[in-house]
Write a protein that binds this ligand. Structure first.
Ligand SMILES: Cc1ncc(COP(=O)(O)O)c(C=O)c1O
Length: 396
């Protein structure tokens, strides 16, 4: 357990967690230590460092940086985890962790609605190195249990997933895997540590695309994993070899973004819930997927694990692709862009973005409906967001 988490609420930990009471030069904020390497006074200091007889921790930029370390400590505190390691992007975190925990002959199980680049890495790249994988249906923990083999080393899921926001029963998943000594990794990007802390439910590793809510301003790429010290240490060691490290300037932006995480997420949770509830009764909307709605298939599970349901609302228009495009084009506040979690609301049509290369039939086969819209709510005034969206829906 980190020092901060049990004593303070997440909103306090976002501001103070992981940081010393006084930064160098009595600065209020964390310094950006912009250096690629670190000097030694003499060979005696060098010797003491490598023999572990000194307090100093840094040697070379790829192995560590004080600004990056502060971000890691803040995330460990927020996730109620022992340690964390930061990366240059979410995908650097995901791929490094998977590589660190598998070897030729290993088997990995993941839910089929995982982020498509994670799925691509596991199903198209890992198999080149003799790692087999099985995809199981979204949130289906029974199917997951059935897919486990004696070679299974890792189970990967997200909570909630994109775009239908499924939430598997993490407590059950963790218990099943623990019994078989299988490691579990949850990508909690959509939830944030304000809404969900997977480690508290028995999950071994939690991973984030820090590009999204943690940074929160659509201006920086980053990734982080958190969990038990030994496990994070194994992943960090491989990170230091593969080189996907976080830059100190990016670490500063992530530290700064994370300080307002609780405020932003509270607002995004509330706005998304209101938008989801309003859309659910709208005559032009076929269906809404939001874990905070009683109609969501995983609502009860989400309620048992999460303290808020996030800022992404997915909905389907009755009239399909073109109606969806008309709504997206008519909305004036959200920008059309991939990503989520920033202060600016973003809107997209999965059929035209992540799944553009597929035909309507192929999209149907992977469960992506043409009339689908993903609305990632920002921190604008909720009345304005709702009025803008309702006006845009007149064009559907
Ligand atoms: C759930 C999830 N995980 C991981 C990633 C990858 O993160 P990044 O873009 O920071 O590499 C994304 C990006 O969209 C994502 O949505």
């Amino acid at each position: 357990m980190s020092d901060d988490a049990p004593k303070h609420a997440p909103a306090t930990v976002t501001v103070h967690g992981g940081e010393p009471r006084r930064h160098p030069e009595a600065a209020m904020t964390a310094p950006i230590v912009q250096t690629a390497t670190y000097t030694f006074e003499d060979t005696a200091e060098l010797k003491a460092f490598f023999e572990g007889r000194t307090e100093r921790t840094e040697e070379y930029g790829r192995y560590g940086n004080p600004t990056v370390r502060l971000f890691e400590k803040k995330l460990a505190a927020l996730e109620n985890a022992q340690d964390a390691a930061a990366f240059s992007s979410g995908m650097a975190a995901v791929t490094t962790a998977i590589l660190a925990l598998t070897k030729a002959g290993s088997h990995v199980v993941l839910f089929s609605d995982c982020y498509r680049r994670t799925r691509q890495f596991v199903t198209h790249f890992l198999d080149r190195f003799g790692v087999e994988s099985t995809l199981v249906p979204p949130a289906d923990v029974d199917a997951l249990e059935g897919a486990l083999r004696k070679e299974t080393k890792l189970v990967i899921s997200e909570a909630p997933t994109n775009p239908y926001q499924t939430v598997p029963d993490l407590k059950r998943l963790a218990a099943i895997c623990k019994e078989r000594r299988i490691k579990t990794m949850i990508d909690s990007t959509f939830a944030t540590p304000i809404n969900l802390r997977p480690v508290e439910h028995g999950i071994d590793l939690v991973v984030h695309s820090a590009t999204k809510y943690l940074g929160g301003h659509n201006d920086v790429l980053g990734g982080v994993i958190a969990g038990k010290e030994g496990l994070v240490g194994i992943v960090r060691e491989l990170r230091n070899v593969l080189g996907g490290v976080l830059d100190p300037h990016a670490a500063y932006l992530l530290l700064r973004g994370t300080k307002t995480l609780a405020l932003r997420v509270a607002q995004q949770n509330a706005s998304a819930q209101r938008i989801a509830e309003t859309l659910e009764g709208h005559p032009k909307v076929a269906r809404v997927w939001y874990p905070g709605l009683a109609s969501h298939p995983n609502h009860e599970t989400a309620k048992s694990l999460m303290t808020g349901f996030g800022g992404v609302v997915t909905f389907e228009l009755k009239d399909g692709l073109d109606a969806g495009s008309r709504v997206v084009d008519a909305a004036r506040i959200p920008r059309i862009a991939p990503s989520l979690g920033g202060v600016e609301s973003l809107i997209e049509q999965p059929a035209l973005m992540s799944f553009f290369e597929l035909t309507t039939e192929q999209r149907e086969a992977v469960g992506i409906k043409d009339g689908l819209i993903r609305y990632a709510v920002g921190v604008e005034d909720p009345d304005d967001l709702l009025a803008d969206l309702l006006r845009a829906l007149d064009h559907a």
